[in-house]
Design a protein around this ligand. Sequence first.
Ligand code: UD1
Ligand code: CA
Length: 463
Amino acid sequence: MSDWGDILSNVYSITSIILAAGEGKRMHSKVPKVLHKVCGKPMVEHVINCAREISGEEPIVVIGHGAEQVRKEISGVRYVMQENQLGTGHAVMQAEKYIIDGDILILYGDTPLLRSEVLMEMYGMHRDEGCSATILTSDMEDPTGYGRIVRTGDKLVEAIVEDKDADSDTKRIKEINSGIYFFNGKELKGALRNLKNDNTQGEYYLTDVIGIMRRKGLKIGAFKTNNTEDIMGINNRYQLSTANKIMQSRITKKLMLDGVTIIDPDSTYIEPSVIVEKDVTINPGCILEGDTVIQEDSVIGPYTRIKDGKIGRGVSIQNSVVLESSIGEGTSVGPYSYIRPGNKIGKHARIGDFVEMKNSNFGDNSKASHLTYVGDGDVGNNVNLGCGVVFVNYDGKNKYRTYIGDNSFVGCNVNLIAPVRVNENTYVAAGTTVTKDVPKDSLAIGRAKQDNKEGWVTERKNK
Ligand code: UD1
Ligand code: CA
């Protein structure tokens, strides 16, 4: 939460109501619209976070369509049910018991790009001018589909007219309703009780409360923003992708201004929860998700996906996938490594091409340079795993662990049949299938003796 949020919520109490009960027909989806994700988070969650930053109170979320799914995904809010979706005004009425005399902020769940800075400025105006309602508006090049702000000769806001109810003159108005409002709770409650549904869609429009309040002689404000991105409503998947792009460019821009080199922001996807320290370089084609942290001087990519990864300083990861694992300082990974969940990889280690690792500890200065599977392993420090080493961790029913002690050398093409321990300072000869523990300081060799049949090729030719 920003300092401003703290100050505001200490001084004023703002009750925020977020409308999220609609189906979102234009998404053509089983998933309710507000749960579709923008940069890894359901769009309504972005709106909720924005509300939290300004109000400090638990937001009220009106749900209806897909209510159970929404409840499951989002917590820390107060839910209100709207059984039948009879319009945005009807949705707000469902939250009537929460509408007290103080300030009410109303937001729609499908505007994920909204930033709290905009709300704070708008709230300042709402209070300074003593308005009973303040609408966030904007001039749109193409206002089709939005409600229009109708003003009287003296420029005062008179009403909002929905696109579907607008005559051709009204349709020409470029100033639109964003669906974001501050209200005085008492006046809002009164106006809601006077709503009618005598319009094209037969719905109770929240927008009609503006006309009702105006006719009562109350003061209506309009806070106009030039930044149409902030108020963009998402109704279909094309707009969803546009919103993703815009949020991505905000995230990558902020990181770059904070000292991260991003070679090609357009091909980089970073979720808002990811922390990237300064002097990290991110090459093209990277996807950084979840609770990933990347420390200073690391070089990520090209073409790398990291989800919930803790990446130490000066690590290099190329063309690889890293999931729920930590990688120590100075280690290099890839190209083409697959680091599955549950690994703790030490410092200055090397995980090379076509190495797969899962649920393993891998010590400092240890190497698996190529074509190796490390599954359920505990590998010490200064260990070398040769090309083609396989940790045979699964017998068809259960998984077992393999231990390799410090300073051991495991030759190429060795199978380690778990559970098994290869103790400190050992050598395992190439091609060995290790089925029993190897004592420390010894050599394990387990393979058929080679037999050379001299002259065999010539003899066969002569037959
Ligand atoms: C609405 C506004 C319009 C504004 C536009 C901005 C009204 C009548 N119109 O139109 O003036 O320009 O947003 O994007 O308010 N919802 C419910 N219950 C309902 C109906 C809707 O919770 O019964 C929720 C939806 O889930 C959605 C939000 O309200 O999050 C807006 O509904 P939507 O149908 O998208 O309204 P628009 O037609 O876009
Ligand atoms: Ca909408």
